[in-house]
Design a protein around this ligand. Sequence first.
Ligand code: SF4
Length: 504
Amino acid sequence: MTTIKTDDFINSIADSLQYISYYHPVDFIQAMHRAYENEKSSAAKDAIGQILINSRMCAIGKRPICQDTGIVVVFVKLGMNCRFDSDKTIQELVNAGVELAYTHPDNPLRKSVLVDPAGERKNTGTNSPAVVHVEMVPGDSVEVKIAAKGGGSENKSKMAMLTPADSIVEWVTKTVPTMGAGWCPPGILGIGIGGTIDKAMCLAKESLMEPVDIHELQQRGPANRIEELRLEIFEAVNALGIGAQGLGGLTTVVDVKIMDYPTHAASLPVAMIPNCVANRHIHFTLDGSGPAQFDPPDLSNWPELSLDTGDSVRQVNLDGITKEEIASWKAGETLLLSGKILTGRDAAHRRIQQLLDEGQPLPDGVDFNGRFIYYVGPVDPVGDEVVGPAGPTTSTRMDKYSSMMLEQTGLYGMIGKAERGDGTIAEIKKHKAVYLMAVGGAAYLVSKAIKGSRTVAFADLGMEAIYEFEVKDMPVTVAVDSSGEAVHKTGPTFWQKEIQSLKG
Ligand code: SF4
C-alpha cells in the first residue's frame, strides 16, 4: 500500500497551477507557431503573433497568460493500493492546493469562482472549489490531470443527442459557427462521443488534457474511426475560415481531440468543449516518493516575434478624440491607442443601468462622454506593475447594455473581444461610434501598454470595478467601424471562399 502525504498532494496541485498559469504546453506553442507561419490573413497572423509574443513574455515574467486564470478542473485516477495520510476528502485536498496557488504572493491569480450561481453570485475569494472527477483504478500511484479553464471558452460548450444515423462531422461543422469568437480561437475542440450525455461531457473535457498531435496523425494516417473523425473534423472546421479571434483566416483549430465510450443502441450523445488560446493543463503522478516536479520549458521553444508598429498601423490619441476622426477608421485596420480609457464589465454595467433607470447620477469621476470603455477584469498587480494581465473579456455579454451606454452616457467607443450582435452593430452605426477588438489571450502583452491605473468607482466589485487606465500604444483592431461594417462577418466569409479556391 502506497501512502501519499497530504502536503505532497496539496503542494503538487498548487505548483502545477502556478506553472500552467504562465507556461503554455510546448506542443501548443509549436502548433501556434506553425499556424503563424502558414497564416495568409494578415489580421489573423497579427493576432497569432500577439498570442505568441504574450506567451513568451509570460514564460519570462512568470505572470498569467490571460487575465481569466480559470476555474480549476481536475481528473484524479486513484490507484486502489494507495491511501492519503489524511482524513480529508480528495475534493478538500484539491481545494487547499487551489487556494494556495491562487493566493501566491509572487504571482496571485484572479479569483473568478462564485457561490450561489443562480442568486447572489458571491466570489469565494479563493478560486475554490475546483471541479474534481475521481476514478478508482488498479495500481499504487495517483495520476492527476489538471486544467485551469477559461470562462469564455467554457461558455461556448455544446451538446446534442444525435440519432445514430446523424453525422457527427456535420453537427460539429454547423455548430462551431454558432459559437462566435468568444472562445478565443485558434484553440482545440474536445469532443466526447457516447455513454450518456453527462459522460459525453466529461469525455470532451478530459480529451482536452491530451497533447496537440494532429500533425503526427496526418503524417501516419488514421488507425481507427475515431482518428478518421479527428482528421475530418479538423479539416472541416478549418475550412470554415473563422480564423484567429474570428477575424477570418486559415487556422481556427490546431487540433481536435476525441474520447468515446459505449452507448445505448438508441443514442448518439455528442459533447463539444472548446479550449481557447489560454490552453492550460498538465499531468503528474505521485507514487509516495514526494511532490511532483515541474521543469520549466526552454525559452528556445518560443519564436522571437515583435509587434507590428509599421506604417500601416495608425497611432491614435484618445484624449479629445472626435467622431470625425473615428469615422475615418476602417474595419480591419490596426490602431495603437494612447490616452485615457475607462473600464467596466458585467457587474459595473448592471449598476450603471440601475442608476440610470432610477434617474440617479453616475458616481463622481464616471463620465463616459467622448470616452472609450474597455471590457476587462484585470489580475491584481505585483511588484512595480501598474496592473496585472489585463486582456479583454467577451463583448457579446455587454450587448444588452450598448444601446444604453451609447444613447445615455455619450460613450464613443468600446474595446473588448469577439463579435457584437446585430442590435449592437446597428446602434454603433446609428451613433457613429466604434467597436475595437483586443486579442483575447494576450493579456500580459496588453497590460504592458497600461502606464497608469486608478480605481474610479464600484471598488467593492474588485476586478469588476471601474478603473481609469492611461494607455500608450495599446494594440487593437477596428472590429465594427462607424458605418457598421463588422470584421467578424466579412473576415470569415471572405476566408471561407479563399480556402475553397486554395483547395482548387
Ligand atoms: S483566452 Fe479568451 S476564453 Fe481563454 S481564458 Fe482568456 S479570455 Fe477567456
